[in-house]
Design a protein around this ligand. Structure first.
Ligand code: FES
Length: 71
């Protein structure tokens, strides 16, 4: 299924990019061109990338861990 029509980026291309080390949307975008034209694909592309990262055992790109200390 095409995720980004403008740049002809499909799910397979996103999963391949993740398997080759892409772990955030900026890198995905610069590598594939995804989201660089009309931008309407960004939300879906992030979801596909996050799913691929999850399946690869990597943390989601939009989740930042923060240390909290009590007392
Ligand atoms: S659909 Fe991806 S930039 Fe237009």
């Amino acid at each position: 299924m095409y995720v980004c029509i403008c740049k002809a980026v499909n799910e397979t291309a996103i999963k391949k990019a993740v398997s080759e080390g892409v772990s955030n949307f900026r890198d995905l975008s610069s590598r594939t061109g995804c989201g660089t034209q009309c931008g309407s694909c960004v939300k879906l592309a992030r979801e596909v990338m996050d799913q691929a990262l999850f399946e690869a055992g990597s943390p989601r790109s939009d989740v930042k861990l923060e240390m909290v200390s009590f007392g």
